[in-house]
Design a protein. Structure first.
Length: 225
C-alpha cells in the first residue's frame, strides 16, 4: 500500500461512516480543503479518499458544480436486497445445522442489546446491534466472509434503512422479526427460520414510499438514457 493510500484510509473510513450514518446527508457538499484541515493532511490523501467513495457510489462529482454526497439510488435498492436475501437465507439454513446452545446465547445477546438501544432510542446503537445479529448468523453458518459480501452489496440499503429507524414502532418490529428467526432456530425448524428471515427482509423495500415522502431530496430515480 502506498504512503498516500495509507494516509487516505482514515479519511475514507471516517467519511464512509458519516455518509452511511447520514451524518453527511444525501446532497450535502463535500469540501476537500476543510477535510484536509480537519484531518491535518494535505489535499492529496483527502482527494484519494473522495475518489474511492465516488467509485462506491457514495459521493458524486458534478462538473462545474462541486463534490456532493450522492443521493440514494432507488433503482439499486431492489437489486441489493435480492442479493442480500439469497445469501442470508442460505446462511440461515447452514446455521441451523450447526446450532449450539452457545450460538443461541450469542443471538439472544444481540437481541437484548437491540432492546436496550430501542428503549433509549439509540438509533446508531440499534443499527450496530442489527448488523451484529446478522453477522453472528454468518459466523454460526461458518461463512463470515459472506457477511462482508452482503455488507458491500447493501451499502445504499444501509443509508435507506437508517431513515426508517425513526419511524414509530419500526425498531420494535425489527426486534420481533429477529426474535421469530431465533425462536424458529431454537425449536429446530430451519424451514420456519428461513421463512421468518424472508419475512424480515421483505419488510425493507415497502418502506421506500413512506421514507421518500419524508425526505424526497435524499433519493434519485434510475437515470434516463
Amino acid at each position: 500500500m502506498s504512503t498516500a493510500a495509507k494516509a487516505s484510509d482514515p479519511v475514507y473510513q471516517a467519511l464512509r461512516q458519516r455518509i452511511l450514518a447520514l451524518q453527511l446527508a444525501p446532497g450535502e457538499r463535500i469540501n476537500e480543503k476543510e477535510l484536509a484541515a480537519e484531518f491535518g493532511l494535505s489535499r492529496t490523501p483527502v482527494h484519494e479518499a473522495v475518489q474511492r467513495l465516488t467509485e462506491e457510489g457514495l459521493i458524486e462529482i458534478r462538473p462545474r458544480s462541486g463534490t456532493f454526497v450522492a443521493r440514494i439510488p432507488v433503482h439499486e435498492l431492489e437489486e441489493a436486497m435480492l442479493v442480500r436475501t439469497a445469501l442470508e437465507l442460505a446462511m440461515i439454513e447452514r446455521a441451523a445445522a450447526r446450532l449450539t446452545p452457545q450460538a443461541l446465547k450469542q443471538l439472544d445477546d444481540w437481541l437484548a442489546e437491540q432492546r436496550r438501544c430501542a428503549k433509549r432510542s439509540d438509533q446508531a446503537g440499534f443499527h450496530r446491534a442489527d448488523e451484529g445479529f446478522h453477522a453472528c448468523l454468518a459466523e454460526l453458518a461458518g461463512f463470515p466472509g459472506v457477511w462482508r459480501t452482503i455488507a458491500q452489496a447493501k451499502t445504499q440499503v444501509d443509508r435507506f434503512r437508517r431513515l426508517t429507524l425513526p419511524i414509530q414502532g419500526r425498531m420494535q418490529e425489527v426486534i420481533a422479526e429477529h426474535q421469530a428467526v431465533v425462536e424458529a432456530l431454537r425449536s429446530g425448524a430451519p424451514d420456519k427460520a428461513m421463512a421468518a428471515m424472508r419475512r424480515h427482509l421483505d419488510q425493507v423495500l415497502p418502506a421506500i414510499a413512506l421514507t421518500r415522502s419524508l425526505q424526497p431530496d435524499y433519493f434519485v430515480n434510475r437515470p434516463t438514457a
